[in-house]
Design a protein around this ligand. Structure first.
Ligand code: ADP
Length: 195
């Protein structure tokens, strides 16, 4: 299937409508999907975690385009996303998405995280992107609880792509074994509902 790293086995694949959802424990910068999603911050000028990794691997062209967007439209609020080219990455595009910082759960964090995933899919669909890799947005430096974040990610993506007639491939890219287990559980629950 052209995946980098470990081949996904059955517990790492689910279908939604005509589309495929894939779970991979891997480095998102290596993904050969049309686009990868960056867990960016509002400033769009780079940061640590997955953001740092994407800019390091993708080279300066991505940051140049981010600066241009920043100069034209200002900061990107939580829940929103912008798109640039992929620079030196295998992916043609990077969707820079700003998730919520977790403040304990009463600051609308869940709804903002849902909007963040939704904004990525809207950009993907309007740019003819048929395959897309997501990191686990907000669950690193932004401290969103991983289990709840994964559920929001999975449900939001599924609901959005289920009705599409054109097939898409969506990869959930996790870094830790713990995150992989969380997503695997979601995949298993969903597959047992639909079979
Ligand atoms: P945020 O600021 O939105 O919390 P982080 O980059 O701090 O974003 O973390 C988001 C998630 O991305 C974490 O689960 C982290 O382990 C993971 N991550 C970090 N680097 C990579 C990478 N190169 N590929 C995939 N996931 C990564």
């Amino acid at each position: 299937m052209g995946h980098h790293g470990r081949l996904a086995d059955e517990s790492h694949i689910a279908t939604a409508g005509s589309s495929t959802l894939v779970l991979l424990r891997d480095d998102i910068t290596l993904q050969n999907t049309d686009a990868i999603v960056n867990a960016a911050n509002s400033g769009l000028l780079g940061g640590g975690g997955v953001d740092g990794a994407i800019h390091r691997a993708g080279g300066p062209e991505i940051l140049r385009q981010c600066r241009e967007i920043r100069a034209g439209s200002g900061r990107c609020p939580p829940g929103a996303a912008v798109i640039t080219g992929g620079g030196n990455l295998p992916a043609r595009f990077v969707i820079h998405a700003v998730g919520p910082v977790w403040h304990g759960g009463s600051a609308n964090e869940r709804e903002i995280l849902r909007k963040t995933y939704d904004a990525c899919l809207t950009l993907a669909l309007s740019n003819d992107i048929r395959s897309l890799s997501f990191p686990s947005i907000s669950t690193g430096a932004y401290r969103f609880p991983a289990e709840e974040a994964a559920r929001i990610a999975f449900v939001t993506v599924r609901q959005r792509i289920e009705p599409l007639s054109e097939p898409m491939e969506i990869r959930f890219i996790v870094f830790s074994e713990y995150d992989e287990q969380i997503y695997r559980q979601l995949f298993a629950e969903y597959s047992s509902q639909t079979n």
